[in-house]
Design a binder for this molecule. Structure first.
Ligand SMILES: O=C(O)CCC(=O)C(=O)O
Length: 288
């Protein structure tokens, strides 16, 4: 069971992220790696396809980071981790929220030699729901290092101006281009010493704020860099009907109900809420 201390919550509020050495145990890491193999081979156990399948064995560009979004709908092994109640509680504590629900998951696999992922602020893509707050839990399934293209953060940048999304997310030539621009606007002299790398054993990882600048570089190691990400929103969030086609809303507004703005719990289940509520269908789903 993950517990977030007050000290960790303070650190999160200051930096916009925290790093933890252990989020899931060794057995879960091994199980999740098998789920990754299956998902990228097109084996979807539940019969439901993930919402975004950006890479498959045989057709995917080998120089890019492999990505699938909402692997939890296709694979109960992924669901067991990203729908964990204690993860929902931890996110809610860090965000000061009444509860947390899953927005989407990301299944990410950066093989040796693969290109970077662009520095960005997650929340810039997310005004299709409101409050549009986001908090993410990034779980490493391999030991991570700066040279292996691990996740990196600009500390304190969640307090910077909010920038609109720009550029290619996958494999840009200059992955820090927009971070540099944002730093200049803030009057911050950016150097390598400013950057904080998430260097953790397999099973460790980080939590980050929706507005913190982050990205990741080339994988110059001979090891894969796999990560499972839970992107969570507030339990009381709703669709923003004026912005349904903005950012990733182009994909996820398909789950909007006809008559209201409620985020349906079948697609955005509540992991934890302060009054003890958790979407009942989660347990039914996990037991198959
Ligand atoms: O794993 C990465 O390199 C990027 C992940 C990311 O952008 C995120 O979790 O928000």
């Amino acid at each position: 069971m993950l517990e977030i201390s007050d000290g960790q919550a303070e650190c999160f509020a200051t930096q916009g992220y925290i790093t933890l050495e252990r989020l899931v145990d060794r057995e879960s890491v091994a199980g999740l790696r098998v789920c990754f193999d299956k998902l990228f081979s097109g084996e979807f156990d539940t019969g439901v396809s993930p919402d975004e399948v950006n890479w498959q064995i045989g057709s995917g560009d080998e120089s890019l980071t492999r990505q699938i979004c909402n692997g939890w709908k296709a694979d109960r092994g992924i669901a067991e981790t990203v729908l964990r109640e204690d993860f929902g509680r931890a996110v809610a504590k860090l965000g000061g929220w009444p509860g947390a629900r899953i927005m989407i998951d990301n299944v990410l696999w950066k093989p040796p030699g693969a290109r970077p992922l662009l520095y960005h602020q997650d929340s810039a893509y997310l005004d299709w729901y409101r409050p549009s707050d986001l908090l993410s839990l990034w779980i490493a399934l391999d030991e991570t290092s700066a040279s292996g293209g691990t996740l990196e953060f600009m500390p304190g940048s969640h307090r910077w101006r909010q920038s609109p999304p720009e550029g290619d997310f996958h494999g840009p030539d200059d992955y820090r281009q927009f971070l540099r621009q944002a730093a200049e606007v803030e009057g911050v002299a950016l150097s390598e010493e400013n950057i904080d790398y998430v260097e953790v054993p397999a099973g460790g990882g980080s939590f980050h704020h929706g507005w913190v600048w982050h990205g990741s570089g080339y994988n110059r190691s001979d090891m894969p860099r796999r990560a499972l990400v839970l992107h969570a929103m507030r339990s009381d969030a709703e669709f923003n009907s004026a912005r349904l086609n903005s950012g990733t809303g182009r994909v996820y507004s398909r789950y909007k109900r006809l008559g209201d703005n409620v985020l349906d719990e079948n697609y955005f289940p509540i992991l934890w809420r302060e009054d003890g509520y958790r979407t009942p269908g989660i347990e039914t789903y996990l037991t198959g």
